[in-house]
Design a protein around this ligand. Sequence first.
Ligand code: GDD
Length: 348
Amino acid sequence: MKTVIITGVTGQDGSHMVDFLLKNTDYNIIGTVRRLSVPNHQNIAHIKDPRFKLAHMDIGDPQSVNNTVQEYKPDYFINFAANSFVGTSWEMPVVHMQSNCMGVLYQLEAIRKFAPKCKYYNAGSSEEFGDVAYVPQDENHPLRPRSPYGASKASARQIVKVWRESYGLYAVQGWLFNHEGTRRGQEFVTRKITKGVADIVKSLGSNQIPRPIELGNLSAKRDWSDAEDFVEGVWLMLNQNEPKDYVLSSNETHTVKEFVELAFAAAEIEGFWLGESGTVGEVFVHKQFKYPLVVVNPKFFRPAEVDILLGDSSKARKEIGWSPKTSFYRLVKKMVSNDLENSLDKSK
Ligand code: GDD
């Protein structure tokens, strides 16, 4: 029986990867977790399969990484642990570099020493493309990060490449464009919007004036997909004859504004935009009651922005047979429905 180690297992991608592997393989899965005073295990609380076990490991502690790899001698090691929120990476650049880049180095060294046949995946990002040179971005696009987060992922990519080429390890790092879902953290813009919409529906239902959702740059364009589709792409990347890095993306781009419009429409709330587009005076207003539903707060602007991300995943589609199944529209609808259900549950 093969063994897969997954880090970041309590997060969105890690937990979906566990679900995917339990459903599609007969492998044993070790999910590594840091000790926390208050555990954050809600994304894996539903997993009862005895093939899934938790182990303590901290990606910042090379000794603990060595011990874990030495003990389990995994066949696969999937690194989804990271400081993944771009916005805070300017506030804590060192910790982003340590976890997102040095963490990868510790893992590759442990694999090289104790499990050299292990297949390794590190979570790469379209943020590595940053200040994009062309649209759409494919595997040949240069690395031009715009944030400490993007820089940490671009650096990790070089480490993965060097360890692959120097030691013959099967080590890959995909470029994953934005991927979302019902397990998404609430600070990311998609979940912030869908959760905000659900709160607004609740307020309107109890005849209260709703609190508007406060957002930053409404014009940013992102290529959003469903995280559940992406874990399958990661698994395909790990199971090729030769290790190769691929872009995973929907090949569509939408503004934050479009996400807002679709999310309110999914909750059957009609609204319209007022104020000059691209300014802090822009506001999305309830059609009937004229309440502000979305306002701009400059606090959420970033020191440097990635204006447009649009992926070209045609290589992954052709060479590893991957394709996303969930449309942008279905993704927004699924996230809104989930947050509406959660907010109804809480009000019972
Ligand atoms: N978070 C957030 N909050 N973003 C906002 C807001 C807001 O209030 N208002 C506008 N935005 C804009 C951001 O400026 C950015 O342009 C866009 O919405 C998306 O922001 P996030 O959802 O925070 O995601 P991200 O694109 O920065 O990063 C995500 O995708 C990367 C792949 O491209 C993360 O999942 C990264 O970990 C991932 O690598």
